[in-house]
Design a protein around this ligand. Structure first.
Ligand SMILES: [Zn+2]
Length: 226
């Protein structure tokens, strides 16, 4: 390992589909390692609010109804990485989304003397994810959560907590929608996974286990990568 590189703030990328618990795990990594999670939306909002040069450009594009270019996002990220709170390292969430963005990010990190320490792929079993997400429902009166397979109320249709029979399901939690959401995610992410695999920076974490077990596995990967 290159000693010079090790002194630079670490850059981690977290890849995982909706429902894989990415948000929870990212927060735990922030706490444990003093990292800062950076999502594209937050980066843009902060840069616009601060009125940085790149932020002004982003604002103009957004006000005209356009999509903020990769160049502007990279410029905003460059500014953000230099800030004091990022000096332990960052977790990128939602960027890069394409291999073109991944290449642009590599150029930026080459300039700043940083590198991708690890791209961590939260692996899910699609069929199990569909069952997990589409089986959820809640009591509309008290908010108690239930599940078709994993947590049935003692009396079918009656809330264990408050006795209500008013159960509700989210419309977008049906099996078909969840399956197509996962399919779209995999189609978008597969090229990135190959990209980081080729660079030897990819780590896989089984994201189907208990939340604490996933945290432990992630912690090991991150410790090794820092
Ligand atoms: Zn209830």
């Amino acid at each position: 390992m290159d000693g010079d590189v090790l002194t630079r703030p670490a850059v981690l990328i977290l890849l995982g589909p909706p429902g894989a618990g990415k948000g929870t795990q990212a927060r735990r990594l922030e706490e444990k390692f003093g990292l800062v999670q950076l999502s594209t939306g937050d980066l843009l909002r902060a840069a616009v609010a601060e009125g940085t040069e790149a932020g002004k450009q982003a604002k103009a594009v957004m006000e005209a109804g356009g999509l903020v270019s990769d160049e502007i996002v990279i410029a905003i990220l460059r500014d953000r990485l230099a800030q004091e709170d990022c000096q332990n390292g960052v977790i990128l969430d939602g960027f890069p989304r394409t291999t073109v963005q991944a290449e642009a990010l590599d150029v930026l990190l080459h300039e700043t003397g940083q590198r991708i320490n690890a791209a961590i792929n939260l692996k899910v079993d699609d069929a199990a994810m569909v069952e997990r997400i589409s089986g959820r429902y809640t009591c509309a009166d008290c908010g108690e959560g239930f599940h078709d397979s994993f947590k049935q109320p003692k009396v079918p249709g009656v809330c264990d907590n408050c006795g209500s029979t008013n159960m509700k399901r989210r419309a977008d939690d049906n099996a078909e929608t969840v399956a197509s959401r996962l399919e779209a995610y995999h189609a978008q992410t597969a090229p990135l996974v190959s990209y980081y695999q080729t660079k030897g920076a990819l780590a896989h974490i089984d994201a189907m286990g208990a939340i604490d077990d996933i945290t432990t596995a992630l912690g090991t990967v991150v410790s090794d990568a820092l």
